[in-house]
Write a protein that binds this ligand. Structure first.
Ligand code: GLA
Length: 380
């Protein structure tokens, strides 16, 4: 990693605060989901890329737990018996407990964290943190972990311990991503395939922070379970909502009331769009991919009702000024919009979109781009 990178930052923070060099230095990426939103807990396919932005954890042996983040620089003791949601240390406690379940037990550790993944932007800063922490603890314990174990520890930490009703998309891409590739993850079977994906992905941050522990995702998950029950009552014995055949939709939508019919329609149409998007990537049909992304956004807005006005404006303005496609990414209710922009026209489109946003909201949104990055790794 280069000068000023989170790797250097975590190392110097560690040395400064704990007075020695770290024993382990590991990193994991955030992600941007190209398409396949809210499908990972409904048994459908998802198609994320890892960001080039990463979270780095520097770790060393210690008799008790202490942690410091470059975000606030505050050194704090961590008690694995106390998990306070709403603080970043909750994820750390979650990982300590989840790792213990697979036999990674340590009496303590010193941990320094630095990151370039923006928190609360729907870019999976939490999975970057939990995956990097899990890998750091395994390294300290001298335990070789399989990718599946790392994914599971990070997922259990967030799902069972912190209490977010997430699926496994974020942890899977944070562990398994390959540079220059999008990852098609069939969540029902666990099958992962890597599709070459050379494009830049532009990220517009709405500046509206979403809080996963705040409930929107948990509520949608319950609604999807209810929708599945209603589908089965109508004689369709499907194991998961994403298994409902598209051809059955007209019949089901006639009798299933809102909001469940809307959630069902999103899950079924998004499943079809995601598989079509994977095919478009293989065919290098970027305009076709863009149209699917935009259709995916409409579905999030109208059927899943997980968008927000700021994201809608960013998507509309991107499309109006010549993007191939644009879409809210991640859980929603704030967070970030991704856009695919034709080469050579990027600067002009970005300026137009920023100006449109400024006219409505009086501030200029953060914008940056990434290519598909790599999964979790040791930094030395
Ligand atoms: C969050 C969850 C993921 C996934 C997305 C929506 O990021 O952590 O598991 O459900 O929302 O696609």
């Amino acid at each position: 990693m280069t000068q000023g990178s989170p790797g250097r930052q975590a190392t110097s923070l560690f040395t400064e605060r704990f007075g020695s060099a770290p024993t382990a230095l590991v990193s994991a990426p955030g992600r941007v989901n190209l398409i396949g939103e809210h499908l990972d807990y409904n048994g459908g396919p998802v198609l994320p890329i890892a960001l080039e932005r990463r979270t780095v954890v520097a770790a060393g042996h210690a008799p008790s737990w202490r942690a410091v983040s470059a975000l606030d620089g505050e050194l704090q003791g961590v008690d694995p018996n106390r998990l306070e949601t709403g603080r970043w240390q909750a994820y750390l406690v979650g990982v300590i407990r989840a790792a213990a379940r697979i036999g990674i037990t340590l009496g303590g550790a010193d941990l320094a964290v630095a990151s370039t993944v923006p928190p609360g932007a729907g870019l999976s800063s939490s999975a970057a943190l939990t995956v990097a922490c899990a890998r750091a603890l395994a390294a300290l314990a001298g335990r070789r972990t399989t990718p599946e174990e790392l994914i599971e520890v990070a997922w259990v930490a967030e799902h069972d311990e912190v209490g977010v009703a997430c699926g496994r998309m974020d942890q899977t891409v944070a562990v398994l991503a390959r540079p220059g590739h999008a990852l098609l993850f069939e969540t029902a079977t666990g099958v992962v395939t890597h599709h070459p994906f050379p494009l830049k992905v532009w990220v517009f941050e709405t500046g509206v922070a979403h809080r996963l522990t705040g409930g929107g995702l948990n509520l949608r998950r319950q609604e999807c379970e209810t929708a599945l029950g209603l589908v089965r009552e109508r004689g369709l014995a499907v194991p998961r909502l994403a298994d409902v055949p598209e051809g059955e939709l007209p019949r089901l939508l006639r009798t299933i009331p809102v909001p469940w019919q809307l959630r069902l329609r999103h899950v079924v149409s998004e499943t079809a769009r995601t598989r079509a998007a994977a095919a478009a990537i293989l065919a290098r049909d970027w305009a076709g991919l863009g149209r699917l992304l935009f259709a995916g956004h409409q579905s999030l807005r109208q059927d899943y009702q997980s968008s927000c006005a700021e994201a809608d404006l960013l998507v509309e303005a991107s499309m109006q000024h010549g993007a191939w496609g644009a879409r809210l990414t991640g859980a929603g209710w704030g967070g970030a919009v991704l856009a695919l922009l034709p080469e050579g026209r990027e600067a002009r489109i970005v300026a137009e979109v920023q100006e449109a946003f400024r006219r409505s909201y009086g501030r200029v949104p953060q914008v940056w781009w990434t290519r598909a990055g790599s999964g979790a790794r040791s930094e030395r």
